[in-house]
Write a protein that binds this ligand. Structure first.
Ligand SMILES: NC(=O)c1ccc[n+]([C@@H]2O[C@H](COP(=O)([O-])OP(=O)(O)OC[C@H]3O[C@@H](n4cnc5c(N)ncnc54)[C@H](OP(=O)(O)O)[C@@H]3O)[C@@H](O)[C@H]2O)c1
Length: 309
């Protein structure tokens, strides 16, 4: 591991091979964000993904971290000043968070920017919001300055979760009814994270203004899955349908892919929230922090059209 010089700031990005983390690394290392006194460290679990990023981006220090291997956590956090924290809402998320935050505290980390989920403090909430809230509380109790990025549903879910059926069957199958969702592009989440992580305690971008804040992050309009299918159809030039399947069929389909029961239950809770219209709130966070409008769903589909063909 490279040691950091006194006047340098080391920013660690966790989950750096994933949907959000890879975008955060890309934007943090862009010429407009990267200052000469910042060093970006990307924590990656699998070796082949680490090798890929090493070839693609020479400005980043690649390190190996597996949340299930304590020794890698200790190693990777050494010398870190700021942390972009991305964990997955698995049943052991709280234990992982505890050991990460303990190590961050030992290393005198100055700021944690945690990717969380919208409505993380709703009561009683759903499994995913409760897990994120537990992790947020661990961070709050550590006394390390934090910023929670509480994101709404990602536009990129249309690639990661529905991309296969869009490609092969021209259809999206989920039990979301007519509920509207204020989808957000992960590039905008990464832009917010980059703005906050690259802020210093001087100049116009003051780091302190973001400390101990919780931001809800959404796109600027809510659309139903039928509307999203219409937009996909218009831009891709072929008919894409939204099929509002039953909860039972959805459960069966997820189980058939080998998904564990807790995850199936957690996803069903999300679809219920959407069906009942609780995922449609919009916020102005992206515009306030990045000073530009959020990416629209139309723009997202245009930019990622090749992924749906
Ligand atoms: N999807 C949504 O609509 C949505 C909305 C709001 C909030 N969120 C939150 O966003 C987060 C998911 O972000 P994402 O979509 O970027 O995830 P993702 O694409 O699935 O990426 C997850 C990242 O975490 C890494 N990882 C997984 N297990 C690990 C372990 N044991 N040790 C170290 N690294 C590990 C993965 O590494 P490998 O590549 O090696 O597996 C990958 O880099 C979750 O916290 C979720 O609750 C999601």
């Amino acid at each position: 591991m490279t040691t950091t010089k006194n006047n340098e700031t080391t920013i660690l990005v966790t989950g750096a091979s994933g949907t959000v983390g890879s975008e955060v690394v890309k934007q943090l290392t862009s010429p407009s964000s990267l200052s000469s006194d910042s060093r970006i460290r990307a924590a990656i679990r699998s070796k082949n993904k680490a090798d890929k990023l090493r070839n693609e981006n020479k400005k980043v220090e690649i390190v190996n971290m597996d949340y299930d291997k304590q020794e890698t956590i200790v190693d990777v956090l050494n010398g870190v000043d700021k942390l972009f924290l991305l964990t997955l809402p698995t049943p052991n998320m709280t234990e992982i968070a505890s050991s990460l935050i303990k190590e961050a505290k030992k290393n005198d980390v100055k700021h944690i920017v945690k990717l969380s989920v919208i409505d993380a403090d709703a009561e009683p909430g759903i499994m995913i919001t409760r897990l994120h809230r537990q992790e947020e509380k661990i961070i709050e109790e550590s006394g390390i300055p934090y910023t929670f990025l509480r994101a709404g549903a990602f536009m990129q879910n249309f690639i990661n979760f529905f991309g296969q059926t869009i490609k092969t069957q021209n259809a999206i199958y989920i039990p979301a009814g007519d509920g509207k969702v204020s989808f957000v592009d992960v590039r905008d989440i990464a832009a917010v994270a980059t703005e906050i992580l690259s802020a210093k305690n001087n100049g116009t971008k003051s780091k302190q203004q973001y400390e101990n804040k919780k931001y809800d992050i959404t796109g600027n309009e809510a659309i139903s899955y039928s509307q999203s299918a219409e937009i996909l159809s218009n831009i891709l030039g072929r008919r894409i349908s939204y099929v509002n399947i039953s909860e039972e069929d959805s459960r069966k389909a997820m189980k058939n892919t080998g998904m564990e029961d807790w995850l199936v239950d957690a996803l069903m809770e999300i679809y219920n929230i959407i069906r009942f219209g609780y995922a449609s709130q919009t916020t102005a966070t992206i515009e306030q922090i990045t000073r530009r409008k959020p990416i629209t769903f139309e723009q997202f589909v245009r930019d990622y059209a090749s992924f749906f063909n």
